[in-house]
Design a protein around this ligand. Structure first.
Ligand SMILES: Nc1ncnc2c1ncn2[C@@H]1O[C@H](COP(=O)(O)OP(=O)(O)OP(=O)(O)O)[C@@H](O)[C@H]1O
Ligand SMILES: [Mg+2]
Length: 257
């Protein structure tokens, strides 16, 4: 269980300008939670604090009842896998090497047969088996993104945080990605928190939507409650048109005046 309690954060040393302001929420188990909101709303910062990669100014994040600041790095890496919004990797590695990194919290660098099997499964899941010996800098942006997601899968943690995982993916792979994430929840019992910019992907695949604005959570609920003109205007300062499609609300964002 992950609970965020009264979390505030600031990138200024003395906390002059708050990036997160009094965040409270509990991550729903075995569900996809979509974190949505405008650029700069604080989504990546919140995930960073939840994964204990960024310190909170005040408040706490509890992982199964323990403050994440007191969870050792390796233990944390077995609980939470985090795909960051931008991946900085300065060494030249193959897809296979990258996915093996996902197993390091489990094997401390000495891969067992189980670890190799998990790597192969993750590559298979992401349709990367044929590309496994390629270097990352020899891949397209979308293939590279899939390789990073395979690494997250290989890490095999109960909690998965994905910051804009659809970056660089074409429509087919975006849909496949969301289906894979759904299967992680339904077949493997994972709990996923993911930042999504395309509100229709959130509406179609997430079980719960948390909307942030200016460092605060301003609305949260199931998609049917969240995909309304009024809520989306409050979150994005933008008028969406809402239509019904297959019994679900979808939003359109073309200016057709
Ligand atoms: N390392 C940093 N140092 C200083 N300010 C930062 C840093 N990272 C982010 N910020 C600021 O904190 C605020 C929240 O940023 P954050 O990256 O959490 O937003 P976001 O919701 O993820 O936005 P996006 O949709 O653009 O990724 C922004 O005003 C941003 O400029
Ligand atoms: Mg971000």
């Amino acid at each position: 269980m992950i609970e965020v309690k009264n979390v505030s954060q600031s990138y200024n040393r003395h906390g002059q300008r708050k990036t997160l302001e009094d965040i409270n929420f509990s991550v729903r188990e075995h569900t996809i939670t979509a974190l949505v909101g405008a650029n700069g709303a604080g989504k990546s910062t919140l995930l960073g604090v939840m994964a204990n990669l960024l310190p909170a100014l005040s408040g706490s994040v509890l992982l199964d009842g323990t403050d994440v600041r007191r969870v050792k790095t390796n233990a944390m890496a077995k609980k939470v896998a985090f795909l960051k919004q931008t991946q900085l990797l300065s060494i030249r590695v193959t897809v296979n090497d990258l996915v093996e990194f996902g197993r390091f919290p489990h094997c401390a660098g000495r891969l067992t047969q189980l670890d190799r099997d998990k790597v192969s499964q993750a590559l298979e899941y992401m349709n990367l088996t044929e590309l496994r010996e390629r270097y990352l800098d020899e891949l397209s942006g979308g293939q590279r993104q899939r390789a990073f997601i395979a690494m997250i899968l290989a890490q095999d943690t109960p909690y998965i945080f994905l910051d804009e995982p659809l970056n660089n993916l074409d429509v087919k792979y975006s849909v496949e990605m969301m289906k894979i994430v759904q299967r992680l929840v339904s077949e493997l019992n994972k709990t996923v928190v993911m930042v999504l910019h395309d509100i229709n992907f959130a509406a179609a695949y997430a079980g719960y939507i948390v909307a942030m604005k200016d460092g605060r959570i301003i609305r949260e609920g199931v998609p049917e409650e969240m995909i309304t003109r009024e809520t989306l205007r409050a979150v994005f300062d933008f008028d969406f048109r809402i239509e019904k499609y297959g019994g679900k609300n979808v939003c359109l964002y073309f200016d057709n005046e």
